[in-house]
Design a protein around this ligand. Structure first.
Ligand SMILES: Nc1ncnc2c1ncn2[C@@H]1O[C@H](COP(=O)(O)OP(=O)(O)O)[C@@H](O)[C@H]1O
Ligand SMILES: [Mg+2]
Length: 214
């Protein structure tokens, strides 16, 4: 489903991905593990269509997303990808409900029933009218998980999703991501520097200094 061929990424003269080859099948859950600065977020952002590589090619479902123009990339991100970030990236001035509904709105839907269904599924009943800063970190990540899944993207990309949570809450969040991904048959790529988080995946890929280790 996802295939990277000899992908290289530069920031100025700094070559941060040095020829990445990676294949992920539909429904797989893969962790990318590596220390800080190894290129994990850069890799995830390329797969998520937030950026393009300088060299190499990225295919999703047979389409070369690395050759997409900005408009095609925006559509790809909006329809096919759900992102979960370390610092949640919720919109602060709208409610929990409105944050979760946002991807539906962007895709032209206002299915409130579906929003309530996801609020329930991630355990946020009663919190729907709160603002993000009023709920705990774990709850904010639950909002982000519901938001990442509500438009039924095929691909879930999680960048250190437990990185700002205590380990107990982090495990609960990982259980939720794993259960939802399995239930809905999603393809998940998660990046982390922590091995107990990486171990939730079926497969662990290790990255060091922009190279995938064999
Ligand atoms: N927007 C950027 N501009 C310049 N350098 C960047 C940028 N993003 C990341 N880098 C550099 O690329 C390297 C890899 O970063 P990153 O992918 O964020 O690593 P990780 O997520 O594994 O910590 C680091 O050396 C970082 O400083
Ligand atoms: Mg990172």
């Amino acid at each position: 489903m996802i295939k990277l061929e000899d992908v290289e990424k530069y920031y100025g003269n700094n070559r941060v991905l040095k020829g990445i080859n990676l294949e992920v099948r539909r429904g797989d859950f893969v962790s990318v593990m590596g220390s800080s600065g190894s290129g994990k977020s850069t890799l995830l952002n390329l797969i998520g269509g937030m950026d393009r590589p300088e060299k190499g090619r990225i295919f999703v479902d047979g389409s070369e997303i690395s050759a997409y123009n900005d408009e095609q990339l925006t559509l790809y991100r909006r329809e096919k990808v759900g992102f979960i970030f370390q610092f949640f990236n919720l919109l602060p001035n709208i409610t929990v409900f409105e944050n979760i509904a946002m991807p539906l709105l962007l895709n032209g839907s206002d299915d409130e029933k579906k929003v309530f269904e996801f609020i329930k599924r991630v355990g946020l009943e009663g919190k729907e009218n709160e603002y993000p800063y009023k709920v705990s970190g774990g709850e904010q990540q639950r909002v982000a998980i519901a938001r990442a899944l509500i438009h039924e993207p095929e691909i879930i990309l999680a960048d250190e999703p437990t990185g700002s949570l205590d380990s107990e809450t982090g495990k609960m969040i990982m259980d939720l991501i794993t259960q939802l991904a399995e239930e809905k048959g999603k393809t998940v790529i998660l990046v982390t520097h922590e091995s107990y988080i990486a171990e939730y995946a079926q497969r662990i890929v290790r990255i060091k200094d922009g190279i995938i280790l064999k």
